[in-house]
Design a protein around this ligand. Sequence first.
Ligand code: ZN
Length: 445
Amino acid sequence: MARLFLKNPLGILAEGAEGGIVVEDGRIAELVPASAAPLGPVDETFDASRHVVLPGLVNAHHHFYQTLTRAHPAAVDKELFPWLTSLYPIWARLDPDAFRLSVRLALTELLMSGCTTAADHHYLFPKGLENGIDIEAEEAASLGIRATLTRGSMNLSQKDGGLPPDGVVQDEDTILADSERLIARYHDRAEGSMLQIALAPCSPFSVTKSLMVQSAELAEREDCRLHTHLGETKDENDYCQKLFGYRPLDYLEEVGWLGPRTWLAHGIHFTTEECARLGRHRVGICHCPTSNAVLASGFCPVEGLMAAGSPVGLGVDGSASNDASNLIESARHALMVGRLRTQSAAAVTSRDVLRWGTEGSAACLGRSDIGRIVVGLQADLALFALDELRFSGAHDPVAALVLCGATRADRVMVKGTWRVVDGMPLGVDVARLRAEHGAAAARFA
Ligand code: ZN
């Protein structure tokens, strides 16, 4: 097997690898200390002296299809509930061709921002798009990006007291049967897996209690993870109180979701006691700072959750509330939002937010084989060149990524294979993708 030596990085987010990394057979084979040489012979050397090397970023929450409705006049300047009710009827027009382009565009954008593993929460299955997750699996495989695709669901529509219109929901049997089909077909639990399936009823205000319970039981049987939106807005608290008679976290416990198999998107409106409870049960939280700012949802109490024992990761969230799919940019937002919330510069450092977006997100997805530069882990790497004007004069290269505002990786490696070279994704005609996706999106005006 060829051994590739990434030599003398300008900076690296790892201990004892100041001299570089040796990659072999899709894994990290050796960490090379400063001024040292690899222990064994190498077949190829890559000069990384222009690059800051990070573990590949891991995006723990997204809705790829929303790239079709960015900066949409029906939804801009609205908070979550009115934003959703404006967009549901527009999203109901989603068809397989537009969906495929939305997935390809979101994954390409993520990859170019240094992301090597992407989770998507897809919960819209209008007529004709029953095989939406299969489309996502095909697109992820063709780009060579690792993925956790969640089989999302909605089965509580307006006629039953839910938020979504009747036309965009499915019934419980259909959802569970498709979930089982997808797990059997795609869910690879092995170390180094390129594709995993998780189950993801959308939110308390769009699914029934019964579907939450059934999903938890299926996840337990099939050893897959559980994901949903929780604690995103005050409206959600009020809704749960009104419909179920208690707060969202009590609801989560009632339906059997309070455990280490679960990771939640947002996790904002929790009390101190609720944070402690989440931590005790090792429930993961995907912090989505950009989306939370755009929708004015609030601040995720990251340090409290982490201190309590919850893994905390980062997500861009859907591209209608971000409105980009750029994870390194969201790491910068996490630092800014965190410092505004804590009013402490030391409370949230550049390295902290990079760790949330790598090992924290990996923990949310239940993966111990990615997210860190450690011998034996998967060779998923993001290399950033500090060539742009915005980095000139920067002294700490790792902090510069966050503080000067990196937006684009120069090279990205997944499982030992380069997928982005000189800032461009391999095998993707970016100009053509932009034109085709833009044309498809025009139909959602
Ligand atoms: Zn979301």
